[in-house]
Ligand binder design. Sequence first.
Ligand SMILES: Nc1ncnc2c1ncn2[C@@H]1O[C@H](COP(=O)(O)OP(=O)(O)O)[C@@H](O)[C@H]1O
Ligand SMILES: [Mg+2]
Length: 227
Amino acid sequence: MFFEPEARLHLGAEAEVWSGSWMGKPAVRKLRRSRAWRHPDLEKRLGYRRMLSEARILVRIKNAGLPVPAVWDVDLENGLIVMEKMNGRPLIDVLRDSNSCQSDIDSALYNSGNAVRRLHRMAVTHGDLSTNNILIDEHNRAYLIDFGLSAVEYEVERFGIDLHVMDEILGASHPNIINGMEKFLHGYLQCDSELGPLSELSGGLPPIAENVLKRLDDVRSRVRYHG
Ligand SMILES: Nc1ncnc2c1ncn2[C@@H]1O[C@H](COP(=O)(O)OP(=O)(O)O)[C@@H](O)[C@H]1O
Ligand SMILES: [Mg+2]
């Protein structure tokens, strides 16, 4: 690995993330540090498949032009992935910053919804959408990160769940942001108008945006009903 670490960005239960450089370019190195890595048989390590799937999905959607980090190096044996360092700060910081103006917040949310729809149009669900896993740059552009739980998917349910998780987080963690989810969904819906009909992928057609929104409503009422 040509990665030169500079500073630790994050130490979580499952991952340790360092910023640094890779071949002279700003990079981050993510180390999966879960107990699942300790199994002696590589194929049987739980994290192994997750990391392989994270890297594969990232490469595919980056090649399609999505706003996600490029993957530069993967070391499955040691649970390491080196990727492009994206500019910007987590959406959660933008939403909590008392210096953020309303128009910046609005465009950050709109662009986040737009980016998530671009992902969904490629038949990929994120699996762990949160205001921590979307980075916003100085032009309010949105980048998606943390694809450890992402999956290739065609059934509408998981797409609806992605939006529902975002909905819950915007409601619970950012109650001061008025109509946050509406702004996010506006960007989500507009994406289909901008990009036109979906193209057929290897597994068929991913659900159209309207159907994902309908499913979001279903999920919301299920959650209300069952508590
Ligand atoms: N490609 C990246 N560019 C810039 N910052 C990143 C990148 N990947 C991760 N980070 C930073 O590290 C944090 C944790 O990384 P993440 O992939 O979300 O790990 P975890 O699975 O522990 O949540 C992110 O919230 C973000 O602040
Ligand atoms: Mg994360």
